[in-house]
Design a protein. Structure first.
Length: 237
């Protein structure tokens, strides 16, 4: 069974003449351990597609099944619980809480799921070590670099053992060297944990490292026969 199966996804914002179709009939599947990149020009619907697949937004039409659970049939509380337990999120701007240490930020998904503080901190120390932040556990986000912040965000996304990781432009706010380090770490953790990774990116290196590309334009997936009109990996030129 695929970790993620989305069929006929549509997302419309607004009504009447002002309505915008951000995603138009996209279908996709990800297997465990698969690393898939969604590419295309700004405004093509990449982030909206990721939000739908991760349960952060509800589709106007279509279905999303994550780890065997149909998201469309869930109420808000059940959808929140599924995101907390089965999905990990990595964002361009890190979204770490400034009043928590890196260890506390990494442990947060476990604490929100009702795990003990001791268990959460033990797992945070383990994952901080895996992403090279064992020496930064007591630091607050304002006191570490952008690359370290994104490594902490990766640890937070994986600390609870999700089946699916959603990464929206994970290197978009980093310089080239830190972007490369985060890419290498994401590849390593993808292989080691077996989590399926679905990411959106404008970064050619990140897109080139994926097992498979989904190319989008104007809210729809671009058929393989039409990709010649795009740049080689479907990014902006």
């Amino acid at each position: 069974m695929p970790v993620l199966r989305a069929q006929g996804l549509r997302k419309r914002f607004g009504d009447g003449d002002s309505a915008v179709d951000a995603v138009r009939g996209v279908s996709l599947e990800l297997a465990a351990g698969e690393f898939v990149a969604v590419v295309g020009p700004s405004g093509c619907g990449k982030s909206t597609l990721l939000h739908l697949c991760g349960g952060m937004d509800r589709p106007t039409a279509g279905t999303v099944v994550v780890d065997g659970v149909d998201l469309v049939g869930l109420d808000d509380d059940a959808l929140t619980a599924l995101r907390r337990e089965r999905v990990g999120f990595v964002f361009q701007f890190f979204n770490l809480l400034p009043t928590l240490t890196l260890a506390e930020n990494i442990a947060l998904p476990l604490l929100l799921a009702g795990k003990s503080s001791r268990h959460g901190m033990d797992r945070a120390r383990e994952w901080a070590g895996r992403v090279g932040l064992g020496h930064r556990l007591g630091h607050y986000p304002a006191r570490v670099s952008g690359g370290e912040l994104q490594r902490a965000a990766l640890a937070r996304a994986l600390v609870h053992g999700p089946a699916l990781v959603i990464a929206d432009e994970p290197t978009g706010n980093l310089d080239t060297d830190n972007g490369r380090r985060v890419l290498e770490l994401l590849q390593t953790l993808n292989r080691e944990t077996g989590a399926a990774v679905l990411l959106a990116t404008h970064d050619p290196a990140l897109a080139g490292a994926a097992d498979r590309l989904i190319r989008m334009r104007d809210g729809a997936e671009v058929p393989e026969t039409a990709t010649a009109a795009l740049s080689p990996i479907g990014l902006e030129t």
